[in-house]
Design a protein around this ligand. Structure first.
Ligand SMILES: [Zn+2]
Length: 568
């Protein structure tokens, strides 16, 4: 997921809407085009209050493994209702299980619940569906079928939405992190991946889009059903529905081994087609760059797709069908970083999923750093530096490895990206890119934790990275250095003494390497690399010429602020 930059909100949303928000008591603001949108800060603050990483998952849920979801939604946008069924196949991992539990919101009218073809007793309470078995559930495949109807409740950042823009219906969802269960029963945590068949029925004027490949379209009077199928494992939060009067156009990507020609499919509303054609042109090139850098696109037998939706805060990386806000399609490529970010998620987040929500930086930090990598590829080292400097602002007050309910804070995205940037500096380019490829290869179609990533880093580099990961994942903030230096003439040489003192809050003693460039009076530059292994260090350098200036971390490899760079 990527939320547009704060500056964008200050200009576009906050100024004009502050007054409106005050008038409507900081709740829902009606925007002139007719669709509903919530005020940004209300949105995020409200969200942070309601989501608590994983205490919504019961012990029983961890004793089962869902293998396949077969979902059907019969949509009635005018009534904001659907009729739905979910057939869920799974296996029991522990003997003696007497009841099956799934996350599911309790606001629907449930018509029937069947376990292995037999109507079953159930309880739905506190967003949990409990299916009681007469005997224990056998240790092989089980099948649950739930038939239900109603209007989905708003959940998290969106949930399932029957939206409208300029009189046009647009049905879509945004479920990350734990809100897929607001529209279908599921094991709603990222590490229980499953396969998926999804059928979406709507008026025949509407195009319905989802994950994976289109298996078929069926017409029945004025109703049309689209059947989509996913042959790669998918997490529940990445399952998507889009249904609207979309215009479709496409592009293609040829795999690195030239064996596969994959469609890149775009679904946008008619008034955005020309702008979208301009904005989306770079997708094949971004795909190729990431394939060459990380390994082939993980869903090469299916597609990459982008569909316009009405969550106006940014975009969401639904597997093989990213949702992008109408208002980021502008025909000027102004939001290229968002398109890059969502595509990068297909490696980081979708193929290699997080083991738990505490590992969210493995999604967001990696996709954010991928933006910088693509800009580096496109425009060189200065683009890498400027992109990273742009992401260095802020206090980073959340510990990256323990995000709590701040899953989508700037720390997770920007400090997450910086951790990779600093890892690259510590290990060097060839080791860094090798370990990314190895990590991707090892965990694609599965899930990884921070510990898994650290293990790959250590095995590829042969270096113990305990302090690196501890300081950057468990500490808060960044390095803050006081620096003093002086240079004296000794015999025919100059001796320069540099003293560095770490004064940051949030982590007592960072261990790191730093580059220091000496600028001599004849304009020549010379760079040295030092190992900083203590909170106070004194560095001594002998040179033939007198330095007139010294520059700490000249290429911006460290998340750091420097105070009092005094010559004396
Ligand atoms: Zn993201």
């Amino acid at each position: 997921m990527k939320i547009k930059s704060l500056l964008y909100y200050v200009i576009i949303f906050i100024l004009p809407f502050t007054i409106a928000a005050l008038l409507v008591n900081n709740n829902i603001v009606e925007v002139q085009s007719g669709w509903k949108k919530e005020f940004y800060f209300h949105h995020i603050n409200n969200y942070n209050k309601i989501f608590n990483t994983e205490d919504y998952i019961t012990e029983n849920q961890r004793k089962i493994d869902i293998l396949h979801y077969d979902l059907f939604f019969d949509l009635f946008p005018d009534e904001k209702e659907f009729y739905a069924s979910a057939v869920i196949k799974g296996v029991v991992k522990e003997e003696g299980l007497k009841k099956l539990e799934l996350n599911f919101y309790d606001n629907f009218k449930i018509e029937e619940v069947k376990l292995n073809g037999i109507e079953s007793e159930f309880i739905i309470e506190d967003k949990l569906l409990t299916i009681i078995s007469d005997d224990s559930v056998p240790l092989d495949t089980f099948e649950i079928k739930v038939t239900y109807f109603g209007t989905p409740k708003k959940a998290g950042l969106e949930g399932f939405v029957f939206g409208k823009i300029n009189g046009t219906s647009l049905v879509y969802n945004l479920s990350e992190p734990g809100y897929a269960s607001s529209w279908f029963p599921c094991n709603d945590f990222p590490s229980d991946k499953a396969l998926l068949d999804i059928r979406i029925k709507n008026d025949s004027s509407q195009v319905s889009v989802s994950n994976g490949i289109l298996i078929g379209i069926e017409d029945e009077g004025k109703r049309r059903t689209y059947h989509w199928k996913t042959n790669y494992p998918i997490s529940t939060y990445l399952i998507a529905i889009y249904s609207s009067s979309y215009q479709h156009f496409s592009d293609e990507y040829i795999s690195l081994d030239k064996q596969d020609t994959m469609a890149i499919d775009y679904y946008v509303l008619e008034n955005n087609v020309e702008d979208a054609k301009t904005d989306f042109t770079e997708h094949p090139e971004i795909l190729r760059f990431f394939a060459e850098t990380f390994g082939e696109y993980p869903f090469i037998k299916e597609k990459y797709g982008v569909a316009e939706f009405l969550w106006q805060l940014g975009a969401m990386e639904h597997q093989t069908i990213t949702g992008v806000a109408s208002n980021i399609i502008g025909g000027k490529n102004f939001f290229l970083d968002i398109y890059i970010h969502e595509l990068a998620h297909h490696w980081w987040g979708n193929a290699v999923g997080p083991k738990s929500w505490n590992d969210i930086w493995l999604n967001e930090g990696f996709s954010t750093y991928s933006e910088a990598l693509y800009f580096e590829f496109r425009s060189g080292k200065s683009a890498l530096r400027s992109t990273m400097l742009d992401k260095s602002q802020g206090s980073f007050s959340v510990a990256l490895g323990k995000p709590g309910s701040f899953l989508f804070s700037g720390t997770i995205y920007n400090k997450g990206a910086w951790v990779l940037h600093m890892l690259r500096w510590e290990l060097g380019d060839s080791t860094f890119f090798n370990l990314l490829r190895e990590y991707y290869e090892k965990f694609k179609y599965s899930n990884a934790s921070t510990e898994d990533f650290k293990n790959v880093c250590e095995s590829v580099s042969g270096i113990n990275l305990d302090s690196f990961f501890d300081q950057w994942l468990n500490g808060t903030g960044k390095i803050e250095l006081n620096c003093k230096w002086n240079s004296k003439s000794i015999e025919n040489e100059f001796e320069t003494i540099i003293t560095l003192e770490q004064i940051q809050d949030g982590y007592e003693e960072y261990l790191f390497h730093i580059g220091i460039t000496f600028k001599y009076d004849n304009g020549e530059l010379e760079t040295f690399r030092f190992n900083i292994d203590s909170i106070n260090v004194e560095l001594s350098v002998r040179s033939n010429k007198k330095p007139v200036e010294i520059i700490l971390d000249p290429n911006d490899w460290l998340l750091m602020t420097i105070n009092e760079l005094i010559e004396n």
